[in-house]
Design a protein. Structure first.
Length: 184
């Protein structure tokens, strides 16, 4: 079998990461320049196997939905900002997956932005954190308190109590209440 230098590099990376054969086959089936761009991305960002598998799946879904080639998607400005940032390789790999998820699930991105704005509008003191489920996969809303000592805990609990209406409304938004965004 006579392999090109690019395909040889790709197979070496895939072997070193123990990439599942099915993923390797999908990768090899990509058109150029997407196949090589993805290799360079994987190498430069020092992607872990799971990150690569997730990125490839997201890229395939985006390509199908938008009728674009993987190379076109990888050349998008939003992804360029991610892999040209000053973060570490693994940090950029995480950010890349987040951006791919945003491209794949634009409504989820919009909802997360709106929820972030809602939480900011509540103006909770430092020490109170609102945590939503990853990818809004459930209707759970978690409130975390971090206090140093009895007095700070009392202050945080009082602040939390004073924001009951806003927090209940936020839980309604997560739970799918249609009018939750309107009923401020």
């Amino acid at each position: 079998m006579n392999l090109s230098q690019g395909e040889r590099r790709l197979r070496v990376w895939a072997n070193a990461k123990a990439l599942p054969l099915q993923c390797l086959q999908k990768w090899l089936a990509l058109k150029e320049p997407g196949r090589t761009q993805l290799l360079e991305l994987a190498e430069n960002l020092r992607m872990r196997t799971g990150q690569f598998v997730a990125a490839l799946a997201l890229l395939e879904e985006i390509a199908i939905r938008e009728g674009r080639e993987v190379g076109e998607i990888l050349a998008s400005p939003s992804l360029g900002r991610v892999y040209n940032s000053e973060d570490s390789g693994p940090g950029r790999a995480r950010a890349l997956l987040d951006e791919l998820r945003s491209l794949r699930y634009p409504q989820l991105k919009h909802m997360l932005q709106r929820l972030g704005e809602e939480v900011a509008a509540i103006r909770l003191p430092r020490g109170i954190k609102i945590v939503f489920p990853h990818d809004l996969s459930s209707d759970e809303v978690r409130v975390e308190l971090t206090a140093h000592g009895r007095m700070e805990m009392q202050q945080l609990l009082a602040a939390l109590n004073s924001k009951t209406r806003e927090l209940v409304r936020l839980a309604g938004i997560i739970g799918g209440a249609d009018d939750a965004f309107e009923s401020k």
